[in-house]
Design a protein around this ligand. Sequence first.
Ligand code: GLN
Length: 365
Amino acid sequence: MPDSEKKKTIDEGQPAQKAAVEKGEPTIDKKYHLLESDKAREIIERAMNLAREEIPKGAVATYIPELGKEDPHQLGICLYPLKGEKICLGEYNVRFTMQSVSKVIMLIVALEVCGLKNVFRKVGMEPSGEAFDSLVELDVSDSKPYNPLINSGALAVCGLLLPEVSFQDMLRYTRNVCSDAGIELNEAVFDSEMKTCSRNRSIAYLLESKGIITTDVEDTLRFYTKMCSMNVTAESLANLGKKLANDGVCTIDGKRYMSSRTARIAKTLMLTCGMYDGSGAFAIKVGIPTKSGVGGGLLSVSDKRAGIGVFGPALDAQGNSIAGCKLLREISNELRLNLFYDPEWDREEEDDDNVMTSIKERSVM
Ligand code: GLN
C-alpha cells in the first residue's frame, strides 16, 4: 500500500491534532494512550463540576428504604489506566452497595463455572428496552429473560450458581477481582431489600413456573439480594474495570481472573444492556461499556485503556446515576474514550447541520 493511502495515525500529524496542539487542547499520542495524568486529572475535575449540576435533577432510590438514607450530593470517580497513575477524585472511597453492578460478577462466575451454553440456555443476549425489574417478557410462553444484566436474567443466573458456589465464595471472588479486601455484606441494605422485594420475588416464582429456576426460590432470591448488597467503592469498581479492560488479567499480580472469552462477553453485554432501557442512548452519547446499579455505582471499561468506577447516588428515570452518566459523557469526549473514537473524527460533524450539508457536498445522496 502506498504511504499516501495508509490510514493516518495521530503521530503522523492529523490536522485536528495539530490544531489541538496549537490551541493547547488535549491530545493523545497513541491509539490506546491516555493523557498524562495531571492533564487528565484537570479534565476530570472540570467534568465533575459540570456533572454536579445534574444532581438536583435526580433522586436517590427509595424503593429499597435503606438506600433512601444516602446523601444525593456525593460524587466520586476513580480512573485507573492500564498504563499510568490511578486518578481518584471526590467520594471515590465511600462505600455503597453494588446493586446491579454485581450482575457482571454473577455473569462472570456463571460463565466460568457453568459454561456459556448452560448460561444462555437460561437467559438471552438481547437488550430488553424495558425497566430493570420488568417481568413483561416472562408471561410469554417459551420466553426467557432478555439478558443477564436485568433482574430477571440475574435471578435466572443465580439459580444456576446456587448449586455450584456459596455466597462466601462469591464474596471472596468479588474481593479478589475488585482488589478490595474490605468488601462486606451490608446487612442493613440486605434486610431492607428482603423486606420490600415483592417484584423480584414475583419474577423468581415466575421463573420457577417456567422451569428456568429449579433451585429453591427463596434461597435464590436471598443469594441474589446478598450479591446486590456488597459494599464497594468507586475505586474497587475501577480495579475490576481495569482487569476487564486488560482481557481478564491483572497488570499488577499478572494473574488471570477470568478467561478472555468471559471478559469479552461481559464487556459486550455491558455495552448493549448495561444501562437497562437507557443502554442505546448511553452507547451513542458515551460509547463506553458500563454497568449501573441503583446504589449509584457505575462500572466502566474503556477497553485496553482503563477501568473506571463512579459513585453518584442521585439517579435518573432509568435508575442510572444522573451525575455519573454526565461525568462519563464528558470524560469520554475529552479523553477520547468512546469505543468508536477515531483520531480523524471531525468534531465539527457532531453538529446536525454540518452532517447534513456534508453528505450533500460529498455527492453521495
Ligand atoms: N437490588 C436491586 C433490585 O433488585 C438492584 C437493581 C438495580 O441496581 N438496578 O431491584
